[in-house]
Every structure is written in structure tokens, then in C-alpha cells.
Design a protein around this ligand. Structure first.
Ligand SMILES: C[S@@+](CC[C@H](N)C(=O)[O-])C[C@H]1O[C@@H](n2cnc3c(N)ncnc32)[C@H](O)[C@@H]1O
Length: 329
């Protein structure tokens, strides 16, 4: 499967970039996700999507990016400065997951593990550590200097953490989080094929408790908030659409609605360094503050994975992948 692949070990690139194919695909199947909406009962919609689009356009016009109105059509050639790729289109993902489903049915293959199995396992165990730390602090606040059973790491109840993985693909990160002790697990993806694949794999591998739903994160129909939201490669893909800048603004608006107050957002990216993600969040915080948001900062940087291998390039050191955690106020 083509896509975000780890380069050979001897690469001199400090960041793996998604493949660029600015002129390969000019269609956009965004409406398919809305049409194929399949979330029921618990996940009804109360959000006004038109208003969300309008808010994002307004924010973009005020931001130091191109004005929203410049993006007149997905059929136009993208600006030369805009990094775009076929991975920004839903049609690409639908085709990929159709292939992966065939592969799964014929050969039992799980499909692409984005950024590799090591990164996935590291993200899951590191994220568990953060959740345990947060839970322990909360326990300490309630039981100051209390050495009771509650304060022991083993007793931290990860089952109390509701988890959402946006753009879950084959859902393997959720399986990994399940192995770490999380049990309230939901995965969403705008590609029905991804959800079919993730469902098939979860059933086969004994993770039938994982909930899987078709949902476009930019126009989410979820009205539930989650204590932990994970994103591995989804913001990367979104940013590769020719309208990437405006879609990223929509992403932050949307994601801020699904992370519960005091909850955690963990983003893994190969297209943005940690500093870039932190700066993007700061821009979002400023926009929200300008709109009169109650809290000073919607998201605060909490931590990042420091143990990924680093590479020297052009005199500076960087990692191929960045995983950054933000706390929702
Ligand atoms: C690079 S893949 C990563 C898949 C998975 N997170 C993983 O790590 O294996 C990007 C995923 O994001 C999904 N995606 C892209 N844009 C999306 C959107 N607006 N809403 C929901 N899913 C989206 C794609 O269908 C694809 O499954």
C-alpha cells in the first residue's frame, strides 16, 4: 500500500514527509462521509455543520494563511506553496481500504501499520503512562497524603477513561490501547472500508468490545466527549488536501468539542515537528480567546515522546515522527 512509509534507515531526512502528488487526484468525496453516516443511538448529532464551516472560514481569513475564499474549488490546481497529496482525499482512502479489505479476506493481512509497529506500541504505552499520572494526581487531590490502595498505579482504573481514535484506519492502535488496559474504546474514520476492516480485525483478534463508527472528524456527528482522544496520521492526511490550511482549522474546532474538559489529546505526526504542532495549538488558543472563550487556553502542551530515534539533517536534529500530548482545559 502506498502512503506514509518509514524511509530506509540510512535516510538523511529529519522528518518523513507524506508523498506529494499534487496533480494525481482532483476530486473530493467529502459528501460521501455525510451520506454514509451510520452512527446511531448514543451518538446523535446536535452540531450545526454549516456554522462550523463558516467559523473555520472566518478564522482562516484572520489567520496568516490564505483566505478561505482563495480555495474556490477542489478541482483547481493547488498553490505551488501548498503541500498537497492524494492522501488528502477520501477517494484515496476508500480505494486503499477496499484493497486492504480484499487482502484481509484473501490472506488475513491487517494492512498498513502507519509509522510502524514500534511507534504504535510506544504511543500506546506512553499514553497509558500519561493517563495513569493524571489519574494519580486526581486521586492525590482527593486523598492528600493517603497511602491507601487507591494510590497504587495498578489500581488506577483505565476503564474509566473513554477513548476515541480519530481516523482509526484498521483500528490497530485501539487494540494496542486495549492491551494496555483501556476498555472504553471507540474508533472513527470517514472511510467505510476502514471501519469494515477495523471491525473485521477487532472481531478476529478478540477485541469485540471496540466500537467502530463511520464519521468525518471535520464534521463530526459525535456529541459525546472523550477523556482521551488519539490521532495517528489523521491530521497529517487532512493537511495534505489542497484546502489543508482551512481543514486544519476545522480539525481543531471539531477536536476541541470531542475532548472532555481535563481530557487528553495525543497526536502522532510525521508531517509536523512537535514545535509546529504546539504553535498550531497556540494559534487555535488565540483564535478561541479572540472569540471570547471562557478558558485562557483551550489546549495546553503537556508532554511529548522523547525516545524516538533522532537524525541530524542540515545541522539540526529531528525525529521522523512526533507524538505530542495536549491537555484540554
Ligand atoms: C495515515 S492514515 C492513519 C490510519 C490510522 N490512524 C493508523 O495509524 O493506522 C489516515 C487515516 O485518516 C483517515 N481520515 C482522513 N481524513 C479524515 C477525516 N476528515 N475524518 C475521518 N477520518 C479521516 C483516513 O481514512 C485514514 O484512515
Amino acid at each position: 500500500m502506498a502512503g506514509i512509509r518509514m524511509p530506509p534507515e540510512d535516510t538523511d531526512a529529519s522528518q518523513v514527509r507524506l508523498p506529494l502528488t499534487t496533480d494525481l487526484i482532483s476530486d473530493d468525496d467529502r459528501s460521501v462521509a455525510a451520506d454514509s453516516w451510520s452512527i446511531k443511538s448514543d451518538y446523535g448529532s446536535t452540531l450545526d455543520d454549516d456554522q462550523r464551516h463558516a467559523d473555520a472560514s472566518e478564522a482562516l481569513a484572520a489567520a496568516p494563511y490564505r483566505a478561505a475564499s482563495d480555495y474556490s474549488s477542489d478541482k483547481e490546481e493547488p498553490d505551488a506553496e501548498t503541500i498537497t497529496s492524494m492522501l488528502g482525499f477520501q477517494s484515496y482512502w476508500n480505494a486503499q481500504y477496499a484493497d486492504e479489505l480484499t487482502n484481509f479476506r484473501e490472506h488475513g493481512h491487517a494492512g498498513e501499520v502507519w509509522f510502524g509497529a514500534d511507534v504504535m506500541e510506544m504511543v500506546a504505552s506512553w499514553t497509558k503512562g500519561l493517563c495513569v499520572d493524571i489519574s494519580q494526581k486526581q486521586v492525590h487531590q482527593h486523598h492528600d497524603n493517603d497511602n491507601s490502595e487507591l494510590n497504587k498505579q495498578g489500581d488506577i482504573d483505565l476503564a474509566a477513561w473513554s477513548v476515541l481514535d480519530v481516523g482509526t484506519g484498521n483500528g490497530l492502535l485501539l487494540q494496542e490501547l486495549s492491551k494496555q488496559g483501556f476498555s472504553d474504546l471507540t474508533g472513527t474514520d470517514y472511510s467505510e472500508g476502514a471501519i469494515d476492516l477495523a471491525r473485521s480485525l477487532a472481531d478476529r483478534d478478540g477485541f469485540a468490545n471496540i466500537k467502530l463508527l463511520v464519521d468525518d472528524v471535520l464534521e463530526t456527528k459525535l456529541d459525546k466527549k472523550f477523556n482521551l482522544v488519539t490521532d495517528k496520521g489523521t491530521l497529517d492526511a487532512i493537511g495534505l488536501h489542497p484546502d489543508g490550511p482551512i481543514k486544519r482549522i476545522m480539525y481543531w474546532e471539531s477536536i476541541s468539542r470531542v475532548v472532555a474538559p481535563g481530557g487528553l489529546l495525543v497526536i502522532t505526526s510525521c508531517n509536523n515537528a512537535r514545535e509546529e504542532l504546539v504553535a498550531e495549538v497556540e494559534n487555535f488558543n488565540q483564535r478561541k480567546a479572540g472569540e471570547g472563550a471562557e478558558e485562557a487556553k483551550t489546549f495546553c502542551y503537556l508532554d511529548h515522546i522523547r525516545t524516538y530515534p533522532t537524525f541530524m539533517f542540515g545541522g539540526s536534529v529531528g525525529s521522523r515522527v512526533a507524538t505530542v500530548a495536549f491537555l484540554r482545559s
